[in-house]
Design a protein. Structure first.
Ligand code: NAP
Ligand code: MG
Length: 502
């Protein structure tokens, strides 16, 4: 079996705990035996982030800008308890936050659909991908409790000191008030990431907000999306046969529930937060959710949406074989390998990514799965350990790859062998490579097995089950040879990569 070739390395970001254990197993069992894997490795495990003062996270994001495609393992975002557990120098920031900020990217979350695990909404046949704008609005708000009667105002002071004021409310009694903002630049980056990703998936893009009520704030989002679509993406969308449309958030919710899925839904920050959890649950489980960070200039980072599965890791440390679901992490790898294959024009790598996903889903459809899925599955499912699951997936990949190899061999060597004997009784064997008819007479083109390039054209004479071969006149031979040459050019191509031709 030939291992599949890569040209450009992936940025590989290793991580923590149970997912780090799965990471190594996936590479060992599902990737290295089949792919001549090229990666630029960054260890984002918490101990190494701590050792490097988190420089490794920045380096891995810079590498993603340079190479274009990354695959990331789940990582710990430290809190007070992790400070003591890992004896950290500092409470390092979330690596995902750091990478997202450096790439100015948007996160797309999509469920993985497996046979036997039905979404709650019966009409959903294909995944619905949610894009959440991860900047501003209530996540960067300033809010205040209003103690009693008084006026709340919105005041903007320009650099030259001029003030613009609007009354929010004349309070007659106590209440609450908040200020939120967003930036045109951030909205534009969000829009571009969404358009890029829709083109990459060849799926329709929806964007929803509440511009009927929020006539300036939400209308700004709507207008920026529309302007960038018209100026930069309309042509490419039309060529790809996909559409972009804007609709009210309430209309979008109703349409999503009635839809068959298979599109991208771009949401403002809060809508995306809420709707992605709703979709994840309605589609099945967090362990079956992928996440892709896409930058406005088309750089991609693939990962599982779930965390490091800490509770399973503590059991693993006690020597227990856990049944942690590696599906979303496998799909992070397949997503990254497919994108790399597309960018580098490596069809085999794209095909392998498809095969990796098929083999995983077929394993589940065949009733072999981890514990979390067995609980959701309709039918008799055997819950296996992570390692057993990965072995079953590897076995399916191996079978498929070996079948494909056999297929190639047949196409090259499956010719009839013809043995001819001359007057002195010397035998020479030929491959029968072509048959031609002239009236009722059948002719064959034979290539000598012993003498390179020696061709013989003969007439086939059938007697009951036996066939013998008779010499033919030069004119007929030339005629048949011309036809053979026209029909089978592959025998006449000089393959520069074939050393035998040199
Ligand atoms: P989590 O790792 O996603 O796990 C939460 C629970 O969900 C698990 O205890 C497990 O339930 C179930 N689960 C999640 N993934 C699973 C899988 N692949 N297979 C089977 N069950 C799975 O979230 P967390 O416990 O809140 O966070 C743990 C650590 O991950 C934290 O340190 C956090 O900072 C980090 N985190 C990282 C990322 C990221 O890097 N993208 C995202 C989120 C969290 P049972 O225990 O009931 O089986
Ligand atoms: Mg949420």
């Amino acid at each position: 079996m030939n291992r599949i070739r890569m040209t450009t390395p992936l940025v590989e970001m290793d991580g923590d705990e149970m997912t780090r254990v799965l990471w190594a197993m996936i590479k060992e069992k599902l990737l290295l035996p089949f792919v001549d894997l090229k990666t630029e490795y960054y260890d984002l495990g918490l101990p190494h982030r701590d050792e490097t003062g988190d420089q490794v996270t920045i380096d891995s994001a810079e590498a993603t800008k340079r190479l274009g495609v990354a695959v990331k393992c789940a990582t710990i975002t430290p809190n007070a308890q992790r400070m003591t557990e890992y004896d950290l120098h500092e409470m390092w920031k979330s690596p995902n936050g750091t990478i997202r900020a450096l790439l100015d990217g948007t996160v797309f979350r999509a469920p993985i659909r497996a046979e036997g695990i039905s979404p709650v909404v019966r009409t959903w046949k294909a995944p619905i991908t949610i894009a959440r704008h991860a900047y501003g609005d209530i996540y960067k708000n300033t809010e205040m409790r209003v103690p009693g009667a008084g006026r709340a105002e919105l005041v903007f002071t320009a650099e030259d000191g001029t003030e613009t004021r609007k009354t929010i409310q004349e309070f007659k009694g106590p209440g609450v008030v908040q200020g939120v903002h967003n930036l045109d630049g951030s909205i534009a980056s969000f829009a571009r990431s969404c358009f890029e990703y829709a083109l990459s998936l060849k799926q329709d893009l929806w964007f929803s907000a509440k511009d009927t009520i929020s006539k300036t704030y939400d209308a700004d989002f709507r207008d920026i999306f529309q302007r960038i679509y018209d100026e930069e993406y309309r042509e490419a969308f039309e060529k790809a046969g996909i559409t972009y449309f804007y609709t009210l958030i309430d209309d979008a919710v109703a349409r999503v529930i009635r839809s068959e899925g298979g599109f991208i839904w771009a949401c403002k920050n809060y809508d995306g937060d809420v709707m992605s959890d709703m979709l994840a649950t309605a589609f099945g489980s967090l362990a079956m959710m992928t996440s892709v960070l896409v930058s406005p200039d088309g750089k991609y980072e693939y990962e599982a949406a779930h965390g490091t599965v800490t509770r399973h890791y503590y059991r693993y440390l006690k020597g227990e074989a856990t049944s942690t679901n590696p599906t979303a992490t496998i799909f992070a790898w397949s997503g990254a390998l497919r994108k790399r294959g597309e960018l580098d024009g490596l069809d085999d790598l794209v095909m392998f990514a498809d095969l990796l996903e098929e083999a995983t889903l077929d394993t589940i459809a065949g009733g072999v799965m981890t514990k979390d899925l067995a609980a959701l599955w309709e039918g008799d499912a055997a819950a296996v350990t992570s390692e057993e699951f990965l072995d079953a997936v590897a076995e399916r990949i191996r079978e498929e790859m070996e079948d494909a190899d056999d297929g190639d061999d047949e196409a090259v060597i499956d010719f009839e062998t013809v043995v001819l004997r001359d007057e002195e009784g010397n035998e020479e064997s030929f491959a029968l490579v072509y048959r031609a008819m002239r009236g009722d007479d059948e002719y064959a083109v034979l290539l000598s097995d012993d003498e390179e390039g020696s061709v013989l054209i003969v007439r086939c004479v059938y007697e009951q089950d036996d066939c013998s071969y008779e010499p033919v006149d030069e004119e007929t031979a030339d005629d048949i040879f011309d036809e053979f040459q026209a029909e089978c050019p592959e025998f006449f191509d000089d393959d520069p990569e074939d050393p035998e031709d040199e």
